[in-house]
Design a protein around this ligand. Structure first.
Ligand code: CUA
Length: 352
């Protein structure tokens, strides 16, 4: 066997194994972003359409690939024989045009029906949320409730959530043009782009209380892979409590917390200005912010684009060096002293 043949064979085995591993990755039973396990009516509609179209596509794929491989082997060149030569066959070409056209026409009926159903404006009891995408985190405004939060979207169950996806014309941090992001919570609804200067609408809903993972699905810069989100669905009464709690600014008598709050509002650090130049901890503040609104921060499970678990160790690492923790993060390293760090962490953990 020559060296090049054995190398080719090894490459083939490697490619085969890689393909097999890729296939196996589809077998995860508890994948948190599984479109095939819808948890609400909108996601179910998309899954049902997929259930209809996918088997048809599989059958066509198998037939076409079988014929292709058969033709390649049967008519190939052999020692002493040239590969078979064909030039057009009107009958076959007409058949191969008509059959796909009929299949596509058939599939288009349920597809168009689903597209229109999913685009329908929900009526009755609807929760309106405006989603603003930033590099690299999510802002959620609840215009009817007068609150703003970030990264973790809270919704009541069984209520259609009408989401306005607003593209920002300019980035608030450095004045450069904003980029396209895409909002996707696979188990609750479809995927929709957020395009600068445009308004897109999407509806999602959850049947049961729970946590549903999502993420940005349009490459938007260095931190794209770390621009995740989660949706917390509550029973209506629990959701109402969440809103009430968020509007309440907690009062603390703790000295360290007071010191942290002072730093948050008017601290001047070696690496940058006070936290309040980009953040607020008031959920009802309507002024736009360059950084996430931090009201109720201590009750959040995650932070920084739903990337890190919200615990003291992660918070300390984050405040020490945000861009070191998350690629592309716009929050600078403020070069906090240990005392400043301790006070700020205490303040953030008091925001319930
Ligand atoms: Cu935002 Cu990708």
């Amino acid at each position: 066997m020559s060296i090049s043949t054995s190398r080719n064979r090894r490459l083939l085995v490697f490619a085969g194994l890689a393909l097999f591993a890729l296939l196996l990755s589809g077998c995860a039973a508890d994948a948190p972003q599984d479109t095939l396990q819808p948890a609400g009516p909108n996601a179910r509609e998309a899954r049902d359409l997929w259930n209809l179209v996918f088997p048809i596509a599989v059958v066509i794929f198998v037939i076409v690939e079988f014929l292709l491989v058969f033709a390649v082997i049967r008519f190939r060149a052999k020692p002493g024989r040239e590969a078979s030569q064909f030039h057009g066959n009107t009958k076959v070409e007409v058949i191969l045009t008509v059959i796909p056209a009929l299949i596509l026409a058939g599939i288009s009926v349920p597809t168009i029906k689903s597209i229109f159903e999913l685009a329908e404006e929900p009526t009755g009891n609807v929760l309106n949320v405006t989603v603003v995408a930033h590099q690299f985190w999510w802002e959620y405004q609840y215009p009817d409730l007068g609150i703003v939060t970030a990264n973790e979207l809270h919704i009541p169950v069984d209520v259609p959530v009408r989401i306005r996806l607003e593209g920002q014309p300019t980035d608030l941090v450095d004045g450069t043009s904003e980029v396209i992001h895409s909002f996707w919570v696979p188990r609750l609804g479809g995927k929709q782009d957020i395009v600068p200067g445009r308004l897109n609408l999407i509806t999602l809903a959850a049947d049961e209380p729970g946590t549903y993972m999502g993420q940005c699905t349009e490459y938007c810069g260095l931190g794209h892979a770390e621009m995740r989100l989660l949706v917390e669905a509550h029973e209506q009464a629990d959701f109402d409590d969440w809103v009430t709690d968020l509007k309440d600014t907690p009062e603390s008598t703790d000295d360290l917390v007071a010191q942290g709050e002072d730093l948050f509002i008017q601290g001047q650090f070696a690496g940058g200005p006070a936290c309040s130049s980009c953040h607020t901890a008031d959920a009802t503040a309507d002024a736009p912010n360059a950084g996430p609104n931090l009201a109720g921060f201590a009750t959040r499970m995650t932070f920084a684009g739903a990337i890190f678990e919200n615990n003291e160790a992660n918070l300390i690492s984050w405040l020490r060096d945000p861009p070191g923790m998350k690629e592309g993060a716009k929050m600078p390293n403020l070069q906090l002293t240990e005392e400043q760090l301790t006070a700020l962490v205490a303040y953030l953990q008091s925001l319930e």
